[in-house]
Design a binder for this molecule. Structure first.
Ligand code: NDP
Length: 280
């Protein structure tokens, strides 16, 4: 009876791995929670959130395509959510609906803790300028990289993001925007935050963008290796998918809701082992 209810809201959510991940966190930490898939119609996000809150839900993860609407709906936003203009975690309290964005923190945790790449002084290339890129930028900047170059097919949105996040940077020129075909130099970390992998395409990044042994992370997961991962591995990089980021953002949400930090790495290893047994 003392079970607290959470869920993931999206359209669609049938294939979301979040219920498995949060169930594993709950087992690990001895927390009594229930976690459900909460589908919402495309025109019914706010109504569904309100109904779930009235049913006694304590919080929700928000996925495609509702992250921007969730930022509008929230009564208050964290600094990260405000900078991103997008919310992936809602916390219901007496004070109202709080909006947080844990995607970037999950990404950074995966890169630093799981892949073992410290980001201070590094050169980072971020491909894409959509919601996922926006969520990543503030947590990446907080790691103190030498430079972040944002490259996008539509260069105007890369320039706009660079101008927006340049205001949060430590020094002038630390964040730059450019078109994909204007990418210059080599990087320690290349992040694919485009949705090109969904269409089995590779963003038009030059082969020379990868330093030898660079980390190349595709935010996409599930279909492994993605064309971007194969391209990067073929040019001397160590390729990584977005599953660790997914588990990382879930761990940050779980901590926000429960005040207990789960062991994200152990759950990531379980998911990888399951995927190896049951390749789909
Ligand atoms: P958006 O729709 O907001 O942005 C899409 C971006 O991809 C834009 O920058 C767009 O460029 C670019 N793009 C699309 N198609 C191509 C292409 N063929 N070549 C080059 N660039 C392309 O998507 P999101 O930012 O929300 O999501 C991006 C990806 O990140 C998705 O694959 C998503 O699944 C993944 N993701 C993973 C998470 C995780 O936990 N692992 C969390 C969040 C997202 P343009 O502006 O020129 O159109």
């Amino acid at each position: 009876d003392a079970v607290d209810h959470y869920g993931v809201i999206g359209h669609p959510v049938a294939h979301s791995k979040s219920p498995e991940i949060h169930a594993a966190f709950a087992r690990q930490t001895g927390q009594r929670i229930a976690y459900a898939r909460c589908p919402a119609p495309l025109d019914g996000f706010a109504a569904t959130v309100r109904a779930l809150r009235e049913q006694g839900y304590k919080g929700l993860n928000v996925t495609v395509p509702f992250k921007l609407e969730a930022a509008d709906l929230a009564d208050s936003l964290s600094a990260r959510a405000r900078a991103a203009g997008a919310v992936n975690t809602l916390l219901f309290s007496d004070a109202g609906i709080e909006g947080e964005n844990t995607d970037g923190a999950g990404l950074v945790a995966d890169i630093v803790d799981n892949a073992g790449l410290a980001l201070a002084g590094r050169r980072i290339l971020l491909l894409g300028a959509g919601g996922a890129a926006r969520g990543a930028l503030l947590p990446l900047l907080h790691q103190g990289p030498d430079q972040i170059v944002i490259a996008n097919r539509g260069a105007a949105s890369a320039h706009a993001l660079a101008a927006h996040f340049g205001a949060h940077a430590g020094r002038a020129g630390q964040v730059q925007g450019c078109a994909m075909d204007a990418i210059d130099g080599a990087f320690d970390l290349v992040i694919n935050a485009t949705s090109a992998s969904l269409a089995a395409a590779v963003p038009a990044v030059p082969a020379g963008a990868f330093k030898p042994g660079a980390l190349a992370l595709d935010m996409m997961y599930g279909r492994e290796p993605t064309p971007f991962m194969a391209f990067a591995a073929g040019h001397g990089a160590i390729a990584r998918d977005g599953l660790g980021m997914l588990v990382g953002q879930a761990a940050e949400a779980f901590y926000l809701w429960r005040g207990v930090r789960p062991d994200a790495r152990a759950v990531l290893e379980q998911l990888r082992a399951q995927a190896a047994l049951d390749p789909r």
